[in-house]
Design a binder for this molecule. Structure first.
Ligand SMILES: [Fe+2]
Length: 463
């Protein structure tokens, strides 16, 4: 464990134990309609004696649960008891992960030599697939967990033969069900874009060949299309199989264009591919159909250097350079002509969220990325219709992803914005509730300790 001093070092220091369940005292007033569980996922521990993970994305998965009910708030935090976690706690570096090498190579997994050395550390997101609550990552199978106790369950087995190749931890909700892709790397690599059927089968709705596939962290969807964007941050499958490098170190920035694939969700027409300027993104925000275009909002960068800037030794020391980091809107013609960009906000932000009920969400919620000591230093509410924005901010406080929880029956500003903020002066975290209409803080509840900043979470009114 490193000795943490600066706010950045504190945010990326280790949480080493499960927490709770514990009742949290509430300052202010929770909305009286707020009932349910806010469940978050993300990395929490990076150092295990001889095993030292190198990148933020490699930390061991820690599920967090805030249960709201009758003016009370209860917190639980638990590590996922995966094989990778067991190995790390026993000092064994056996599993290939995002950016940390292991004894056996990632390539041997891709080549089918072994299936057991790929990490099962599902540390990115959570979702509900039918009755199953699952923790998700992008280079392994989903992991089931108990949404009440956060106890670890089995790996989820899909009822199909699409395999366990690289995917995203961001399944996108469509009217017909969850949509995502699985990449099958090889001499003829292809992205199989699938929809999850009720029987647990991933039904392929399109197959997109790609000689040198891109790193794709999330997808978008409008009513008509799933949107898969291949940034010029690509890998050579053969080199990956032979090279023995950790997953992300096989990807290289280059090329002069981004390819945006529009996948007809009915599966009745082949995908349409449009070219765009070279750029990179982790996170789609939303997408909608607009006459002969699909409008795709995302948080974009001019290049993929953000991936390198999130190695722990760098991110603990300095703010990511993140060239061109902005909220962007791409107009993507359905006839395959080149896509064009519009900038919605030049404020540096990440981990964007919207009201998922809206066909054309107007408001985007996102932590503001800091430029100095703080990794993040506020939460933004961006009005995409006017480019105006409001901000929640408190001295010494760094927020994680902020999610919008709609008041039942309410409109797009009738609800609460929930996030965890770390206070570097107090060295502890609080769950913060902001009124989406006024964008004023209405309640907070201090946790007994520092909580991991985490990646992504969901609010489940019924669980
Ligand atoms: Fe993500």
């Amino acid at each position: 464990m490193i000795a943490a001093h600066t706010p950045r070092e504190l945010i990326f220091s280790d949480v080493t134990n499960d927490i709770g369940p514990v009742a949290l005292a509430i300052e202010g007033a929770l909305p009286d309609w707020l009932r349910g569980a806010f469940i978050r996922n993300g990395p929490a521990q990076y150092s295990f004696g001889p095993v030292q993970f190198r990148h933020w994305f490699d930390g061991m998965a820690f599920l967090q649960r805030f249960e709201f009910g009758e003016g009370k708030l209860e917190y639980t935090g638990r590590f996922i008891r995966s094989e990778s976690y067991a190995a790390a706690t026993e000092g064994r570096a056996e599993y290939q992960s995002f950016a940390t090498p292991a004894a056996r190579s990632f390539g041997s997994w891709l080549a089918g030599v072994t299936s057991s050395n790929i990490t099962d550390n599902t540390n990115v997101n959570v979702a509900r697939y039918g009755d199953a609550s699952v923790a998700l990552t992008e280079i392994g199978a989903p992991r089931c967990f108990d949404p009440q106790t956060l106890e670890t369950g089995n790996l989820l087995k899909f009822a199909d033969d699409l395999g366990t190749g690289p995917t995203t931890a961001h399944p996108v909700r469509t009217a017909g069900g969850w949509v995502n892709f699985t990449l099958k790397p090889g001499l003829r690599s292809e992205f199989a874009v699938w929809r999850l059927a009720e029987n647990g089968s991933r039904d392929a709705i399109a197959r997109i060949p790609s000689k040198r596939p891109a790193y794709v962290h999330s997808m978008g969807a409008s009513r008509k299309y799933a949107i898969l964007v291949e940034y010029p941050y690509r890998f050579d499958p053969l080199a990956m199989i032979l090279g023995g490098k950790p997953y992300i170190e096989n990807f290289h920035w280059g090329g002069d264009e981004t390819l945006i694939h529009l996948v007809d969700l009915t599966g009745s027409a082949p995908p349409v591919t449009c070219a765009a300027e070279p750029f990179f993104a982790f996170h789609h925000v939303s997408a909608f159909d607009d006459r002969d275009c699909v409008v795709v909002d995302l948080v974009g960068y001019d290049d993929a250097s953000i991936v390198s800037d999130l190695y722990l030794d760098r991110v603990r020391e300095r703010a990511p350079v993140a060239p061109g980091l902005s909220l962007r809107r791409y107009h993507v013609p359905c006839n395959g002509q080149d896509a064009t960009r519009e900038t919605l906000s030049n404020t540096r932000m990440e981990l964007p969220r919207v009201d998922v009920r809206a066909e054309r969400p107007r408001y985007v919620y996102a932590p503001r990325v800091g430029e100095g000591d703080a990794f993040t230093d506020g939460v933004l509410q961006v009005d995409t219709s006017s480019a105006s924005q409001r901000v929640w901010e408190r001295p010494n406080e760094s927020p994680g992803e902020a999610i919008f929880v709609p008041k039942p029956g309410g409109n797009e500003t009738d609800g609460a914005v929930l996030f965890v903020a770390f206070n570097a002066r107090e060295k502890r975290s609080a769950l913060v509730v902001v009124d989406a209409a006024t964008f004023e803080e209405c309640a907070r509840a201090w946790a007994p300790a520092m909580l991991p900043l985490g990646f992504h979470g969901q609010f489940w009114p019924n669980y």
